[in-house]
Design a protein around this ligand. Sequence first.
Ligand code: SF4
Ligand code: SF4
Ligand code: SF4
Length: 350
Amino acid sequence: MQVIANLKAIPKVQKFRYLMIVLASASMLGPLAFLPQLVGSDDLCGTLCMRRFYLYFPGMTWEDFFVHVNAAAIGVMAFGIILLTTLFFGRMWCGYLCPVGGLAELSSRMLNDRWKIEFRSLPQVQIRYGYFGFFLVAMPALGISACSLCNFITIPRLIEAMSGEYRGMVFLVSSVGLVNLGLLLLLGVFASKGRAYCQFMCPIGAADGLINRIGANLPFAHRIRVAKERCTGCNICARDCMCGAIKMIDKIAVVDQVSCMSCHECVDVCDWNALAWTTPPRHKINEPKRIKKNTEILPTPDWQAVHFHGTKLGAEEGGTAKGPAVSWVSVFNAMVLLTVVSIVIVGSFL
Ligand code: SF4
Ligand code: SF4
Ligand code: SF4
């Protein structure tokens, strides 16, 4: 059967990653959701919500902000821990634990490729941060609830519905439930690699991606890095990357740190050891080759973390890769476009 064949083809480290996702999901969702229950909640909403406390409402004061923080106190702490671990180790929550993005990815992985839609080539940075700005400022100003397009509510309710709970079934037949279920199927299960919601619409992922990018400069930060001198430009890593974070530039793999989720799959599939989850090199870059008894010893790899930088793609540790432009004006344009479309949709319902 195709599902079994797809599961068997998963690389070893990825099987471990999926095991972590399944265990995390079992502890956070459905009848076994003991982690939420430990903190007095029965799902990922309320005190556990990580997506609402930083929204800007017109006329908001600091007092209002702290009321929101207080209402979602555990979610605020969890969000802080996620960002802190990302700073040091890359996006462990998104890649290894989040039941919401992880289950969608796993379901998509089991599905035959011919059923899937390819979203990874879209300009994800512009769409993600355009939507993030819209979510933070324009949505509250328009009176659209942060819960209306939230997959953190949909997946727990879906699991509830599947285990026969009334609340889950009612949610899934409501208009909000149907829209969210449609998004989950379109941008998750039927998306190539299952991470399109994470790429475009998740506010937690958008903030986490920024921390991943900022932290890549730090000497102690583990990130997925490329040794340019080893890369053959075979494109296998780019084809397998679930986030579309790898681009081939001048026939060398370039990992965009603002989109990478540290899932390690590119490292698993690279036959040339040109990728690694590691800290920046401590040796001098471009150290000359050494010759010993007529044997050439290659210099220690120059592991680079690369990212979109201003209007061009630039390497962090001295590289000069040129690539597609990412203009923050286009991010702003995406935000304005989303706001106008929402005003039209909300207006047509009034
Ligand atoms: S981007 Fe959002 S939904 Fe995706 S894995 Fe991260 S937190 Fe979960
Ligand atoms: S799989 Fe390895 S060798 Fe091939 S393009 Fe990616 S990094 Fe380069
Ligand atoms: S670049 Fe590698 S580690 Fe990052 S998301 Fe893509 S496959 Fe995973």
